[in-house]
Design a protein around this ligand. Sequence first.
Ligand SMILES: [Zn+2]
Length: 707
Amino acid sequence: MEKCSLLLTAPPLVVLLVTALNPGDADPQRLPSNLTASAALKTAEAAAGAHPTAGGRAEEKKEEHLDCPPLGLESLRVDDSQIRASSSQRSGLGPQRGRLNIQSGIQDGDLYDGAWCAQFKDRQQWLEVDAVHPTLFTGVILQGRNSIWSWDWVETYKVQLSNDSVGWQTCMNGTTETIFKGNRDPETPVLGLLPTPTVARFIRINPQSWFSNGSICLRAEVLGCGLQDPADRSEHDPLSKDDLDFRHHSYMEMRKLMKSVREECPNITRIYTIGRSYMGLKLYVMEFSDNPGKHELGEPEFRYVAGMHGNEALGRELLLNLMQFLCKEYLKGNQRVVRLVTETRIHLLPSMNPDGYEAAYEKGSELAGWADGRYNFEGIDLNHNFPDLNNILWDAQEKAADASKVPNHYIPIPEYYTREDATVAPETRAVISWMQDIPFVLGANLHGGELVVTYPFDCTRDWAPQENTPTADDTFFRWLASVYASTHLVLSNPDRRVCHYEDFQSHNNIINGGAWHTVPGSMNDFSYLHTNCLELTVELSCDKFPHASELPAEWENNKESLLVYLEQVHRGIKGVVRDKVSRQGIADAIIKVDGHAHDIRSAADGDFWRLLNPGEYKVVVWAKGYFPSMRRCRVGMEPRPTICDFTLTEIPAQRLKEIHAKGGRVPQDHQLRVRALRLRKLRASTKAINRRREKQQLQPRGGSMKN
Ligand SMILES: [Zn+2]
């Protein structure tokens, strides 16, 4: 039986804890003054005990090892100053880089490289973490070096523990020292459990063997429970005052939670699906509105989409939190929430890629690595899977005699994209269809793995790897991005550390997508060029899949940002385009703002929303068969839209005949026709694919949301 022969093992822990921690061992200020032996034991027992909340049996099994949360090397909860090493090859490979899932910069010799690497190749090397408080250590997670230039990982290692960083004890296996199994490749994280959970303040990872062609390099996470005084106020102060279900939800649990929100708030919610994943999981959307299920004249529609990359799990949980929050606060009469729900139709899609999420969830937040579950089941990256309309637009502008005459909005999807054999994921097809069914005005696409807000264009011109590629709405996009970034508690903290290798603080934590790295076929660009909806991307946290214990703090980090961003849908101008005689709304009228080379269209009832910064605008509205109309509309600083209605006069049939007779051309709305035709084709091919898949006995998983 393996055993750590240490200072403090689980049962005799109390005695040893009290005796071992003399004032020289730990910062006495950080030790709870009234820490009693029994209190310490209780805390340790509670920390090491079985998962208290009910879940599946399989989950309990999986969670057992991870009962103690990560100290936070990955989440940056552990500060650089808490990590030391025996030696380092250079500062870019220093101990502060020895964090699970840290990503390296591109250049060889980068200041921000992809691991801690020891200077020497011998068995005396170590990476040390100071937990600051006495901590019940339960395990270590090890990963190799992230690099495109070299392969380095540690194959076996020892673990040492200490209370003072002077005297060290090695984990023992009987009379010999325990040898932990490390990595076999650079990326897969491997969990090493201590034979016996042990209390100490410092922990060292001491490599014994490594990949023969490489150096001693590693990234790590440490699992441990802080032994805090239960009487300590911070222990009882929840990280969030909102009573929400803070944990990671599997597909079934997500459905259950959504159903419970709907039952709690039946008058303002509706659940609907927009399609299925490759494996047949339904893509559920939660709608919030005072009239769920209908578009209301003049009321703007908003969407949050999360989980397009299945392993970027925080966005999914934040949207599940947001659902619960909106429902509870509405019932309480929170005026801000009541106003939002009354004046906006809100759509929340928490999991665009549920197949990918399930793959990551299976491994868990610490062991999923950096890429497991990112792609859909077929291996498609959904954020490169939308039609590239940018190059269609740019090519047309280049070929045209007058580039300003080229339609700058509602660009149809290309013909090839509608074919049955086109590489278009079912999840992408579902979202494209959804984008056309609902006249969205504003949205955000929630990702993770960095801390920055990016805005279109994501795709650069002429295939440049990175280049600032602004849209015609660049200033408003920058406003939108700033709204989110400046209200996010971590993004807006000037003292925060960079996540991996890029410093976005010099850009105020916002960046044009193309200026970061080019992404052809992104959802943001497609949304902007194909629909009226302005959408940007939020990279929510350094850690793609934060441990459940981080979720309350992450909700607090993002709560205000999620709400204030949503409120931006009520900016700029809005109005209704009507027929002068019948007073009927005119659908698909083009709204042109002078000086903005991006038009938008009115929705089915003739209502439109044009998001704009404060200023004075000349607006021209045109619809097929009508004389155009012009108005000046002023947008103020206050956070509500200016009403700017239009009434159009039909061109009389007699007049049209005269124009034709003179050989004149009546403007045609070809664009709209082609756009609708291609969409019909895409829907038809999607249907055919679904039928074929059903025949192939690929049974859909997951039941229905009914009852
Ligand atoms: Zn992503």
